[in-house]
Design a protein around this ligand. Sequence first.
Ligand code: FES
Length: 78
Amino acid sequence: MPQPSVPRVTLTDGGPMLVEGPVELELPDGERVRSERPVVAVCTCRRSKRFPFCDTSHRKKVRQARNDDESASQDRTR
Ligand code: FES
């Protein structure tokens, strides 16, 4: 008797959760969204404009704090 396949979920460091598809996701408000892709990247950072799917917004750099800019300019003048 064949064993049922077990879906694989891969957690990435600072990025999406990769889920073997097709998959149906249920959101906190009860809405259900479906993806037919073989691997579905589920956003874990909440920055995606396509939430609950990752749009790579997690990769975008955040501007450094002002103090970092000031110390960098001071380094250039030394
Ligand atoms: S994990 Fe990629 S946009 Fe959120």
